[in-house]
Every structure is written in C-alpha cells, then in structure tokens.
Design a protein around this ligand. Structure first.
Ligand code: ADP
Length: 354
C-alpha cells in the first residue's frame, strides 16, 4: 500500500489555478522529486501535503488515513524548509528538541532521539552551539535533524539545498540520498534543479503550469520524455529541439538535410529532438559550423549551426576543432525523439526515428 496518496489534488487562489489534478502514490522508502520551473505548482503541492495550504479539491491519504482536512501536527509529516527556520536564541539541541517537547514527549526519549539523529548527521559536536555559530551546510544538517527526530511517516523537503554553494550542494545531495536509504521513509522533495532531481529521485514528477507532465524514474524521463517540454527540461546540456517535417519516409530538417524515418512514418509537422551527447562528429553527414566551444575538462561542448538550426554537440574532449571551422555530424535516427509540433506530445514512430 502507498504510504502517501495524492488523489486529484487541486489548489485555487481565487480565479488562479495553482495546481490541477495531481495524482501520485509514494511508497515507503521512496524518494519522489517534484521538478519544474518557477511557478509550476511544486511548492503549493508540497504545502498541501504538509497542511500549510488548504486543499481546494481532491484527497490526501498518509499511512492509510484520509488526512485531507487535518492540521499539520496530526498528519505524521516533518518538513525541511529552504531557509532552515531555526530559532536563533535556542541551542542546536534546543532547536532539535523543541517540536518533541511541544508534543509532550518525555525528556529521556527526546535526548535519545536528538543524540541518535545528531550522530547520524555528524553534528554531535555542534549540539551546544547557537545557529549563528554554524555554517550553511551545518545549519542544513540541523534542519534535517530536526525533521529526523520526529520520526514521521513522510519527510517533505522544499528546495533544501538552494542556499548552499555548488560544491556543498552536491555533497549534501549525496548525504540526503544515503540518509533516505538508511531511514527507509517516504520522501517528497521539491526542486527546480534537474540535476538534483536526476541524481536523487527514485521517481521524478515533472510539473508545468500546475499540471503533471510525466512521472518516471530519472532514466525513463531521460530516455522517453512524454512531450517536448519534458525533453527540454531533463538533461544537461539541454536536448536540441528543432522544427522539422516528416514526409515521404524522411525527417527533413531543411531542404537538403533529411534523415530516414521509415516508410510508414506519415506526413506531419514535428519537433525533432536529439541530445547533444547523441550526436557525433563524423567524416560525412550534415555540415556543422562551429560558433562556440566550451571545454569542460573530460568533455567538449560545441555550439553551432546545421541547416539554419542552432545545435549543441557534446563529445569526449576534443581540442583539434576551432571556432569558425566546419565539421560533419552523424545524427543517428534511433536517437531522435519526435514530438507533434502543435501539441508537443511524443510521437511513437513505426520505424527509424523515436
Ligand atoms: P513553484 O513552487 O513551482 O515555484 P508555486 O507552487 O509557488 O510554484 O506557485 C504556483 C502558482 O500559484 C504560481 O502561479 C503562483 O503565482 C501561484 N500562487 C502561489 N501562492 C499563491 C498565493 N498565496 N496567492 C495567489 N497565487 C499564488
């Protein structure tokens, strides 16, 4: 049975529909990431689960109970906020104990839980300090610890790493993934950062304008994006998306660049998508005028133009090609994703492409 079940959740603010029809089941031990651009409804969805926003329509079940209208404290959840929300005048031990004290838990049990969480997060030596004496990464650990001591059915995290610098962010990401495996609880995690989603999630829920676009494992959404929006959002560097036409068994990117698409592909206007890392530089094939080069160390990203389309091409390190030169590209048909140009929906092609 699912630990958490969101059933057709909807949130409106007057005439504004912030979230529409979100259906999601989260299993025990599963880490689900809500991903999407700013304003797509991720936080509102999380806050409805937390009980910080009322639910306009639909139902929310946690641990088999319908908690749709219950107060946050009665939902068996703990939340970690982006700004940590620590009390500045309390010690770290005081901060981690406070919620338990308010629930009337006995002192011995509180100490036991705080000590165990502190050890797990490697913050035992900080317990007597005040938040002002901690670094950002340490405060983030304390915020996690405060959720951990509650031992809830569900952990809710709202952009928990966005105040940290890039290096610390990737380290805390690894720690959260390990912690999650160790505690085996359900976790719902909000971010706008696709790398964070890809590296952390068991399953990613991609949202846009209040609607779920796709739910799947990181590799499922990478390999088979449900629409052009997901295709452009998942993956770094971004997938190349170009307007093209399916006609006479070919996918035409321009008058003189065509790729075999199978004889029964039909005729339609499409968006063709190909990942920068799926393109190779070759001895023959369409010409690619190199306009920019980004050296990333082990890999090289080329930005340039083919048949009037701007393309990004990612290869293993190359330092023999210069800006202003032209090379040839291999665009393998099997690596091309096709989307209907009008609706953006993924097209399943009988042969060749997609
Ligand atoms: P995200 O977390 O994905 O950035 P939000 O869930 O915060 O997005 O917001 C979703 C939509 O709901 C946005 O269009 C936002 O402007 C709107 N919204 C959020 N909170 C309120 C509010 N209190 N009143 C009116 N509109 C809101």
């Amino acid at each position: 049975m699912a630990e958490v079940s969101l059933r057709k959740l909807r949130k409106t603010y007057g005439a504004v529909v912030a979230v529409e029809g979100v259906d999601l089941e989260i299993a025990k031990g599963e880490l689900i990431v809500l991903l999407g651009p700013s304003g797509c409804g991720k936080s509102t969805t999380l806050r409805m689960v937390a009980g910080l926003e009322t639910i306009s329509a639909g139902e929310l079940h946690i641990g088999g109970r319908n908690v749709t209208t219950l107060e946050p404290k009665d939902r068996d959840i703990a939340m970690v906020f982006q700004n940590y929300a620590l009390y500045p005048h309390k010690t770290i031990r005081g901060n981690m104990s406070f919620g338990l004290k308010m629930r009337g838990m006995k002192g011995g049990e509180i100490s036991r839980r705080v000590d165990a969480a502190a050890e797990m997060l490697d913050i035992t030596h900080l317990l007597n300090r005040k938040p002002g004496q901690l670094s950002g990464g340490q405060m983030q650990r304390v915020a996690l610890g405060r959720a951990l001591v509650r031992d809830p059915a569900v952990f809710l995290l709202d952009e928990p790493l966005s105040n940290l610098d890039a290096k610390l962010r990737s380290r805390m990401r690894e720690e959260i993934a390990l912690l999650q495996r160790r505690i085996g609880k359900a976790m719902l995690y909000v971010t706008h950062d696709q790398t964070e989603a890809m590296t952390l999630a068991d399953r990613i829920v991609i949202m846009r304008d209040g609607h779920v676009q796709q739910i799947g494992s990181p590799l499922e959404v990478y390999d088979r994006p449900a629409n052009a929006f997901v295709a452009g959002f998942i993956g770094s560097p971004e997938m190349n998306l170009v307007e093209a036409d399916l006609k006479n068994g070919f996918l035409s990117l321009s008058a003189d660049v065509s790729i075999p698409a199978g004889s029964d592909a039909g005729e339609r206007e499409v968006i063709a998508g190909i990942r920068p890392e799926a393109i190779t530089i070759s001895d023959e094939g369409p010409e690619f005028a190199v306009r920019g080069i980004e050296q990333l160390g082990s890999q090289t990203l080329f930005i340039g133009e083919t048949a009037g389309h701007r393309l990004r091409v990612m290869t293993q390190r190359r330092d023999d090609i210069k800006v202003g030169e032209s090379v040839h590209l291999a665009l393998p048909a099997a690596a091309i994703h096709l989307f209907d140009r009008a609706s953006g929906e993924r097209l399943e092609m009988p042969g060749g492409a997609a």
